[in-house]
Design a protein around this ligand. Structure first.
Ligand code: 5GP
Length: 190
């Protein structure tokens, strides 16, 4: 997605350890107009997959997921990383190791919000080593639902996540694919 690549080029900051900071439009401040375009693009890419629900992980997956849900006309559920006082105990859960924070979080989704009839699209902000997506795939599997696709805003294609997902035969669409962040430079996959 050209407009997204341009925003990454002009506003992204490369940090040590292959981390890309995009807090001007995605990870802290959010650009609703860009999110709307991202949501429309995901809807176009998954329009024939008969999606009934979108799953993501709080917090940075929520914005692109909501706009994708708006354009596809389906509800969006975000997995919680922390237990909520109002959250009941009937949850599906998975352990997810965070590449950026270097901690393991248990993510969970209330059983009422994903079920065996669902055709699920997973949306997330970044794909690095694929741990967040694998956690959501476990939850979808535990619920007896079907994982019909994964939509990623920014994929770091030099890390393991892409292969982990496509090796499972799951459709993966990433709107920007980064080949390298070396030398503080963002290079995209052609
Ligand atoms: P994974 O589970 O694929 O290893 O990592 C995905 C999660 O880690 C994303 O949801 C995102 O929150 C975070 N993440 C991984 N790499 C980056 C990065 O380069 N920049 C930012 N801002 N977040 C990242």
């Amino acid at each position: 997605m050209k407009i997204l690549e341009e925003r990454i080029k002009s506003e992204g900051l490369v940090l040590p350890d292959n981390i890309l900071k995009v807090d001007r439009f995605l990870n802290h401040q959010i650009d609703p107009k860009l999110m709307d375009q991202i949501g429309a693009e995901f809807a176009k890419l998954f329009k024939n997959d008969r999606i009934t629900r979108i799953l993501t992980v709080e917090s940075s997956g929520i914005a692109p997921a909501v706009f994708a849900g708006l354009h596809l006309g389906v509800p969006v559920v975000f997995a919680r990383k922390h237990k909520s006082l109002t959250h009941n105990s009937n949850v599906y859960s998975a352990d997810v190791y965070s590449y950026t924070k270097q901690v393991t979080n248990q993510i969970s989704i209330d059983e009422r919000f994903v079920n065996a009839n669902d055709r699920v699209l997973i949306i997330d902000d970044f794909l690095a080593n694929g741990q967040a997506v694998l956690g959501l795939l476990k939850i979808i599997n535990d619920a007896g639902a079907m994982a019909c696709g994964v939509g990623i805003v920014i994929e770091k294609s030099f890390q393991d996540g892409h292969k982990l997902i496509t090796d499972r035969g799951i459709k993966l669409e990433s709107l920007a694919r980064i080949k390298s962040l070396s030398g503080n430079q963002v290079t995209f996959v052609k």
